[in-house]
Write a protein that binds this ligand. Structure first.
Ligand code: UDP
Length: 480
């Protein structure tokens, strides 16, 4: 335990993929800003990616550290390489088991927050007797949807179907469910047991965003949860925002200058996260739809499915040149400084795959969204955005497919154009934008002193302190 009396020591053990790693680093920074000694346990590649942000925090007096795990001699990180932020969810990280165990036995922190994708970690940590908290990167709403499906299996009886027992009427089609949920089997590697016997869960959300679902998660599902987001709001300076997760493929100043040249709320930002690969046909339709719409856009073109080859057949003839000449579109091939872009006053809409981080970052920026879910729990997130919060328009994506799977369906250019026109036009769009701005204000208040997320951070720290006291008293009594 930490030698400085009273100081709580927490370990953070992120997964190796972008969408899971980025918020966990933010989590550690948040707890450090509340006076905790925070240590992030990483693989060496990830330590490099975040060392500047951590160094800036250290310089401003935070007790935060990176601990790259030494790998067992002769072992390599073949599949575990997040240099391109794309380690898929099934990446086996058990190579880290022995160095992690060694580290925990040596330091015995007050707790460890471990990503649920380290499937082997729960048993290892529990056997050492260190309180284990779970982080799985989802919101309460999607967890409640999963729970309803698991409990009632409505998808086995009709299509489309309504999720029973939830505070709102949520309707889905079978094709929007993961291949596991479609047939009523459980997503591999998400054992309930490790969740139920954990110390609790840390959620990247805020109570005011989804109050009914936060309560459902805690009361109906019986989960002990500290809801402490949006974690991205801890990035307060330009460097942190620009370098978050990776160095951007574009110089942030030229990106911001481009945005400065645009009218307020006139630009659509398009991104599908860190992992998913779109196929060339789909990208072509997207490009045509964007070009046909009336608005300007920044398009962060992520990974392209292998079949695309090197010949750039995903982009219409002369597209890039036309976008440059007319100044209508800025295309970023590679990593985009997403937080900086979303927060810019010229950005008035976000076309997103509904990854939870992106969704919440859109909420924080107060921008309405065109929702284009593809995989994971993104179809549930879409429902939250469009049907519950009413700050988004569906593009019409109907098919769940794993991040690297070939899709059978394509969203056509007309659908893209129509959704963008609706989102960036007046009328209902203005109402959605107003609701989005209101949520952004609530998000900021949640993380300020006295806000719901701020208080949950303090609550967790207090609980760890009192657990430490109880343990110390028990040890004293035993010694007497
Ligand atoms: N991100 C970014 N630039 C990019 C792509 C993604 O900064 O070009 C960040 C984004 O801000 C978010 C994370 O990567 O924090 C993606 O997480 P999300 O849950 O949205 O999707 P995933 O990548 O897990 O599918």
């Amino acid at each position: 335990m930490d030698s400085e009396a009273g100081k709580v020591e927490m370990f953070f053990f992120p997964f190796v993929g972008g969408g899971h790693l980025i918020p966990m680093i933010d989590l550690a920074r948040i707890f450090a800003s509340h006076g905790v000694k925070a240590t992030v346990i990483t693989i060496p590649n990830d330590a490099v990616v975040f060392q500047n942000a951590i160094a800036r925090d250290q310089n401003s007096g935070l007790d935060i550290h990176l601990h790259p795990l030494p790998l067992p001699p002769g072992q390599h990180l073949q599949t575990i390489t997040s240099v391109d932020m794309s380690a898929p969810p099934f990446t086996d990280t058990s190579i880290l088991q022995s160095p992690l165990t060694h580290l925990l036995l040596l330091h015995r922190p007050d707790c460890i927050i471990a990503d649920s994708f380290h499937r082997w970690a729960a048993d290892s940590i529990d056997s050492i007797g260190i309180p284990r908290l779970i982080f799985n990167g989802n919101c309460c709403f999607s967890r409640c949807c999963e729970h309803s499906i698991k409990l009632h299996a409505p998808q086995l009886n009709s299509d489309p179907f309504v999720l029973p027992g939830l505070p709102h009427r949520i309707e889905l089609t079978r094709s929007q469910l993961s291949i596991y949920a479609r047939s009523g089997t459980e997503f591999p590697g998400k054992p309930m047991r490790t969740e139920l016997n954990s110390f609790g869960q840390v959620m990247n959300s805020f109570f005011e965003l989804e109050p009914e679902y936060a309560e459902y998660f805690r009361n109906q599902m019986g989960r002990k949860a500290w809801i402490i987001g949006p974690v991205s709001l801890c990035n307060r300076n330009v460097e942190d925002k620009a370098e978050r997760g990776q160095k951007s493929a574009i110089d942030e100043h030229s990106c911001l200058n481009w945005l400065d040249s645009k009218k307020p709320n006139s630009v659509l930002y398009v991104s599908f996260g860190s992992l998913v690969r779109m196929n060339p046909t789909q990208l072509l339709e997207l490009a045509h739809g964007l070009e046909a719409s009336d608005c300007s856009f920044i398009w962060a073109v992520g990974k392209i499915q292998e079949s695309a080859g090197e010949d750039e057949n995903w982009i219409p003839d002369g597209f890039e040149e036309r976008m440059k000449k007319t100044n209508k579109g800025l295309i970023i091939k590679g990593w985009a400084p997403q937080l900086l872009i979303l927060e810019h006053a010229s950005v008035g809409g976000f076309m997103t795959h509904c990854g939870w981080n992106s969704t919440l970052e859109g909420v924080c920026a107060g921008v309405p969204m065109v929702t284009w879910p593809l995989s994971a729990e993104q179809f549930y997130n879409e429902k939250l955005v469009t049907d519950v919060l009413r700050i988004g328009i569906k593009v019409g994506s109907e098919e769940w497919a794993s991040w690297n799977m070939e899709r059978k369906t394509v969203v056509g250019r007309e659908k893209v154009e129509a959704a963008v026109q609706r989102l960036m036009g007046g009328g209902e769009a203005a109402e959605m934008a107003a609701r989005a701005k209101d949520l952004a204000e609530k998000a900021k208040r949640a993380v300020e002193e006295g806000g719901s997320s701020y208080n949950d951070v303090e609550d967790l720290i207090e609980e760890l302190k009192s657990r430490r006291k109880t343990e110390a008293t028990a040890a004293d009594e035993k010694a007497q």
